[in-house]
Design a protein around this ligand. Structure first.
Ligand code: SF4
Length: 260
């Protein structure tokens, strides 16, 4: 199984399929994943919902210090990242200091690399929270997940800790008034004996209707890159199919980015 955890709080720069040269910030523990989703394709492995995992989240001061050290070092050798990306071992907005950390990051970005973007990759479950929303609206790339607009599929693909109601989620995403990039991972396969496929006509109709309501600035369309956790038997969706899906989104006047 090719799952992995980021062993530190600040990592990279790494080359991101979607964002370019990316300096990563992991707001979760370094020894386990913390997420309120348990996606079938998660590269960090299964989520432990038992409550037994470490909840030692890095604090705001430590992140500020580590990020400043790293940015100063990159600056001293003229090595500008394209983007500072909040990703890592789970859902970044679950760190209770997330809003303040975003403010700090924007300050540090402006000091060391004013042309570098700040990106957040989030599963969108907290995007309706007023404080999280305010923070997400400050970043350059507010990238929120919507793998399906159907409740049963979200249950199968993302396996949320608490039920996610697509209607509410779509309303929360639409409230960003276009200052949001939607990321959707398309995948097929069998997981724990159940067939999954979010590329069927029924799925795509519901997903395109959701995009129409949300009106994102862009849609990032991708598929799995690496092996998936045990119990999974997932296959990549061919890039030609991803491109055909992207064309339907482009027809609605929304930009797309495809990573096969
Ligand atoms: S939302 Fe992201 S971190 Fe959480 S389970 Fe899904 S892929 Fe993994």
């Amino acid at each position: 199984m090719a799952t992995f955890l980021f062993p530190c709080t600040i990592f990279g720069p790494v080359t991101s399929r979607r964002l370019g040269k990316s300096l990563g910030v992991n707001l979760l523990p370094v020894d386990c994943k913390v997420c309120n989703y348990n996606c079938v394709y998660c590269e960090c492995g299964w989520t432990d919902y038992s409550g037994k995992v470490s909840l030692e989240l890095p604090d705001r001061e430590d992140i500020y210090r580590e990020l400043e050290e790293r940015l100063a070092e990159l600056n001293s050798r003229g090595d500008a990242p394209d983007v500072i990306t909040f990703a890592g071992n789970g859902e970044p907005t679950l760190n209770p200091h997330f809003p303040g950390i975003i403010d700090d990051t924007i300050l540090l970005r402006d000091k060391y690399f004013p042309n570098t973007g700040v990106a957040v990759l989030s599963n969108a479950t907290t995007c309706g929270d007023p404080e999280i929303r305010e923070a997400l609206l400050k970043v350059d790339f507010n990238i929120l997940k919507l793998d399906s607009a159907l409740e049963a599929t979200i249950k199968l693909h993302n396996r949320p800790l608490k039920n996610v109601k697509p209607k509410r989620l779509i309303e929360d995403l639409a409230a960003y008034n276009g200052k949001v990039i939607i990321q959707t991972l398309f995948v097929r396969g069998i997981v724990d004996g159940e067939e999954i496929d979010n590329t069927t006509p029924k799925e795509l109709i519901a997903w395109l209707e959701a995009l129409e309501k949300i009106g994102p600035s862009e849609v990032m369309i991708y598929t799995i890159l690496r092996d998936t956790p045990p119990g999974g038997n997932l296959v990549k969706v061919p890039v030609e199919e991803l491109e055909a899906i992207a064309l339907m989104v482009e027809d609605m006047g929304i930009n797309t980015q495809v990573s096969g």
